[in-house]
Design a protein around this ligand. Structure first.
Ligand code: PLP
Length: 420
């Protein structure tokens, strides 16, 4: 049966889909240590909070029926949007109302909307791209564009730090914002590296976007105010040219698929139309479970007192396991500043990160090969960059008992390679 170009876009041989299928086969399989997925950690007190919130919703018959028995507005549950606007006004003094907030069925959907809104084919015959100012960037962006060639990424500056740590920074000298750019986008904290662009980098990028009359898209899936998996306290800013994207996933509700977009009113209207066409309305259950927590401050307590401390403590434990298991090997770890991953770099790795992934998988440890995290960064024959084949992403949100074992096996496999 013939299928359209749109359908071909979702072909099974997309590297990412193969990888996800592969990972999917091993989830929960006895003997496998899953350090590859993007699921948040299971933190018992956080789970208990949402279980209780669910029980309260079930008990409130009118509210329950209204939440599950009616479509929300196309921009998402109105009460939640109004409450979130109040909360963000109070917390950060952002000049927003409910008209600046729209909800989606998860931020993956958000990025599909936004990327296709600001990149691809334009009426005047031009083709625009999303500029990713710092590679590596989130794997999930890679195939979210409907047109080919939707991204342009820029290699970062690399600063080596003490104790086998390193850090990526935006290379502003290499960053060109030409006519081909339709929007600038960063994830902060960054998936896969755990990098957090500092206030200066953010201010410069925001100004660049403003100067070129472009939106500045900030993927804040891990950041402030919730889930607060960011190990610094700098308050986030918002201005009308910014599109701040948030999610309830890493707060512990990935199954409820709730993305949040804070943008100017024209963009908010457009997202509402996209929701109406694509899904009529976003789901209401995530917003319903989070609403009370915004009102009472419980969401702050979960984020600040449970979620952030859990991840901050665990990431340094994982770093310590890796430092021990990799002793004698040439390795660096990106300085952990947020998100739920450790990004490992093995300079002079004799095989590609994909091959390393396969060797680790054969030993029962699932990670993600780093080379998939460079959307929009073409191979440059005249100036090749081996670095992109030398990294792996390791989630530390797995069962804490398995982290040391996983680190141990990573150490063994990489040592064997270095010994050859
Ligand atoms: C940086 C980043 N953005 C967006 C997403 C998508 O999140 P969701 O669609 O669950 O809201 C993820 C998921 O892992 C992520 O890591």
């Amino acid at each position: 049966m013939q299928q359209s170009k749109f359908s071909q876009k979702f072909s099974d041989d997309l590297g990412v889909i193969q990888l996800m299928d592969d990972l999917g086969t091993y989830v929960g399989k006895p003997g496998y240590i899953m350090l590859g997925g993007g699921n948040p950690a299971r933190i018992p007190d956080v789970e208990a909070y949402f279980q209780q919130a669910t029980a309260e919703l079930l008990e409130d018959e009118d509210r329950f029926k209204s939440i599950i028995g009616t479509y929300s507005a196309p921009g998402g549950e109105n009460e939640f949007r109004a409450e979130l606007a109040r909360y963000l006004n109070e917390k950060y003094d952002w000049p927003i109302t409910a008209d600046n907030i729209s909800l989606t069925n998860g931020s993956q959907t958000t990025f599909f909307y936004l990327f296709n809104m600001f990149a691809g084919a334009f009426e005047d015959g031009s083709h625009k791209k999303i500029l990713l100012p710092i590679a590596p960037e989130y794997i999930g962006y890679k195939d979210a564009g409907l047109s080919p060639d939707m991204f342009r990424a820029v290699r970062p500056e690399i600063t080596l730090l003490e104790d086998n740590l390193f850090k990526y920074r935006v290379d502003f000298d290499a960053l060109e914002v030409g006519e081909d750019v339709g929007a600038i986008c960063v994830s902060r904290p960054t998936n896969p590296t755990g990098n957090v662009l500092d206030g200066d980098e953010m201010a410069q990028l925001s100004q660049l976007a403003k100067d070129h009359n472009l939106p500045f898209i900030v993927d804040n899936a891990y950041g402030l105010p919730f889930p607060n998996i960011i190990f610094s306290d700098e308050a986030p800013t918002w201005e009308p040219h910014m599109i701040m994207c948030m999610s309830l996933s890493k707060l512990g509700l990935p199954g409820l698929r709730t993305g949040i977009i804070i943008a100017n009113e024209a963009i908010t209207r457009k997202i509402e139309s996209m929701n109406a066409v694509i899904s009529l309305a976003p789901g209401s259950l995530g917003p319903a479970l989070a609403l009370n927590g915004l009102k009472t401050g419980a969401i702050n307590r979960l984020s600040d007192n449970l979620i952030r401390p859990y991840y901050e403590k665990t990431v340094w434990e994982m770093v310590s396991f890796l430092r021990t298991s990799l002793e004698g090997v040439d390795f660096y770890i990106h300085k952990p500043e947020g998100a739920i991953f450790v990004w490992l770099w093995f300079p002079n790795l004799p095989i590609t990160s994909q091959e390393l992934y396969e060797k680790l998988r054969d030993r029962g440890v699932l990670v993600i090969p780093g080379e998939h995290f460079f959307p929009g960064l073409p191979e440059d024959e005249s100036n090749p960059w081996q670095h992109r084949y030398e990294c792996i992403r390791v989630s530390y949100a797995a069962d804490p008992d398995l982290l040391q074992q996983g680190a141990q096996i990573i150490g063994e496999v990489v040592k064997q390679l270095s010994a050859k």
